[in-house]
Design a protein around this ligand. Structure first.
Ligand code: AMP
Length: 113
């Protein structure tokens, strides 16, 4: 299995888990860009947002809802937080298994770099 996030989901690569269920796994980013930086990842391997199938829509909805739930659990919901999907190289995607970044715990700037 060559995909890093598939290996994390399988437990072959260690991670600090924040949540898991039958559809999703969430774990803390190894190189955090904010005091809270969690990645929400579907168990199904989907390389990029461009590869979503119509029946993946409930999974993507669950990812967004889980980001909001984790923001609450981690105490950043009221202050504010950012959720980001990077798609392909120009956007900075480095792991080709879709993931939703949940970032918070510091002021965020706009536009992003
Ligand atoms: P992206 O650049 O949008 O594809 O995001 C990939 C993210 O995965 C980056 O923020 C990395 O720091 C993070 N990452 C890479 N390897 C690991 C790992 N082994 N455990 C947790 N996060 C990782």
């Amino acid at each position: 299995m060559s995909c890093l996030f598939c290996r994390i989901i399988a437990g072959d690569v260690p991670s600090r888990k924040a949540y898991e269920d039958d559809t999703l796994v969430a774990f803390h980013d190894v190189n955090p860009q904010a005091p809270v930086h969690v990645l929400i990842v579907p168990r199904k391997h989907i390389a990029t947002l461009n590869d979503l199938a119509p029946d993946d829509q409930p999974t993507v909805g669950a990812m967004v809802a889980r980001a909001a739930a984790l923001a609450k659990d981690l105490g950043i919901d009221a202050r504010g937080y950012r959720t980001v999907f990077n798609c392909n190289r120009e956007a900075g995607q480095s792991v080709f298994h879709i993931h939703l970044h949940l970032l918070g715990g510091r002021p965020m700037h706009w536009p992003p770099g």
